[in-house]
Write a protein that binds this ligand. Structure first.
Ligand code: ADP
Ligand code: MG
Length: 367
């Protein structure tokens, strides 16, 4: 079992301003790739926290860059029988859905459509190279976990039972009982299913007066390779996690409190599992939440990639820190040398000479 934890800092959106940027990527040594996320200490802005990741991607990273660096290298392993699991973790509005699903334009497509098109391509190649002796089948399941209940997203929302689908154990693995599996032959098939399922997700959330950012969405791609009577099965899972923000701070609605408790618990267990796997522990606490149970995180021989999505702005400061604390491998505190932060290259933002924090005297700007 191997795990990579990487961070992706999204670019500013149209209404967002350079002067509000407080998060940045850095390298351990000049000329090396980025592995560090830096953010001011909100209690003392002359200090800066550094969080260390396996890799850090800044606003210049394209969808293609991220796919090529973090997912493409594992497609071969998937076809060799390893399970691949990709999580997008972070506060709502930081780019999880953009990273996983992306936009409709070819360049904007996220990791999921790129994964699928590469799986189909490799599957077809394997079939061809084996002169038809090996058959590759791809099946999709797509479900969400909301308030610790499992709902099938390939079924229309009116078919849902409020209890959700039950889990069952078989040969040490956990299954969702009654989950739809649809065969999928090409990218067109996939896109049709995926769009339909995502619409189901939004409709179901609206009915509950909730938002789809309050549930975890899990896409499972099952790859079956059959050669004579030999069958090799492996799974790629792509998970767009619920927003990691602490809603208790801002929203006292009772339903939101129940949601927050369920989300916080499952995200906490997830981070504990990731930690345990990366330390090489024997005991992985995967049984303590439904999500980690279903994914058998730490149980099977596989590859896990956790992408921490970050928005660079001050308005996310505390939530960003808490997601960094949960997901990073290590933290360092440094006293900032404010002089080094001064940037004069772009005269249009000259009124704020500190490039990343936008503050001059260590005082937190009002939210
Ligand atoms: P989340 O799913 O974490 O709530 P979204 O994926 O919906 O966040 O992203 C919030 C907004 O930021 C969206 O408008 C999205 O298009 C935009 N966005 C996120 N990441 C990027 C990126 N890397 N490049 C361009 N726009 C992005
Ligand atoms: Mg989202």
């Amino acid at each position: 079992m191997s795990v990579r934890v990487v961070a992706r800092i999204r670019p500013l959106l149209k209404k967002e301003l350079d002067k509000d940027v407080i998060v940045r990527a850095a390298a351990a040594e000049e000329g090396k790739p980025f592995t560090i996320v830096k953010i001011p200490n909100p209690k003392n802005e002359t200090e800066e926290f550094s969080y260390i990741f396996n890799s850090v991607y800044d606003q210049s990273c394209t969808q293609e860059d991220l796919f090529n660096a973090e997912v493409y290298p594992h497609i071969k392993a998937l076809f060799q029988g390893l399970d691949v699991t990709i999580f997008a973790y972070g506060v709502t509005g930081t780019g999880k859905t953009h990273t996983m699903r992306g936009g409709m334009k070819m360049d904007d497509r996220g990791l999921i459509p790129r994964l699928l098109s590469n799986v189909f391509r490799r599957g077809k190649k394997i079939e061809k190279d084996s002169n038809g002796e090996t058959i590759v089948d791809v099946h999709l399941s797509y479900y969400e976990i909301y308030n610790d209940k499992v709902y099938d997203l390939l079924e229309p929302p009116e078919m849902r039972t409020p209890m959700g689908l039950p889990l069952r154990e078989k040969e040490g693995k956990t299954f969702v009982v009654g989950l739809t599996e649809r065969p999928c032959d090409d990218v067109k098939d996939f896109e049709r299913l995926y769009v339909e399922a995502n619409n189901n997700r939004v409709t179901a959330a609206t009915k509950l007066n909730a938002h789809s950012s309050r549930s975890h969405a899990i896409l499972r791609v099952k790859v079956t390779q059959t050669t004579g009577d030999m069958v090799l099965e492996s799974t790629a899972s792509a998970i767009d996690l619920a927003g990691s923000e602490d809603n208790r701070r801002t929203d006292n609605n009772r339903d939101r409190l129940v949601e927050s408790a369920a989300i916080n618990k499952s995200l906490f267990v997830l981070s504990q599992c990731i930690d345990a796997i990366s330390r090489g522990d024997k005991r992985i606490p995967y049984r303590e939440s439904k999500m980690t149970r279903i994914l058998s995180l730490g149980q099977n021989n596989g590859i896990t990639i956790m992408i921490l999505n970050l928005a660079p702005m001050r308005s996310y400061h505390l939530d960003t820190l808490s997601s960094l604390n949960v997901s990073s491998r290590a933290k360092r505190i440094e006293v900032r040398e404010i002089e080094n932060e001064v940037v004069y290259k772009q005269p249009h933002r000259s009124h704020s000479s500190t490039s990343f924090s936008g503050l001059t005297n260590g005082v937190l700007a009002p939210r």
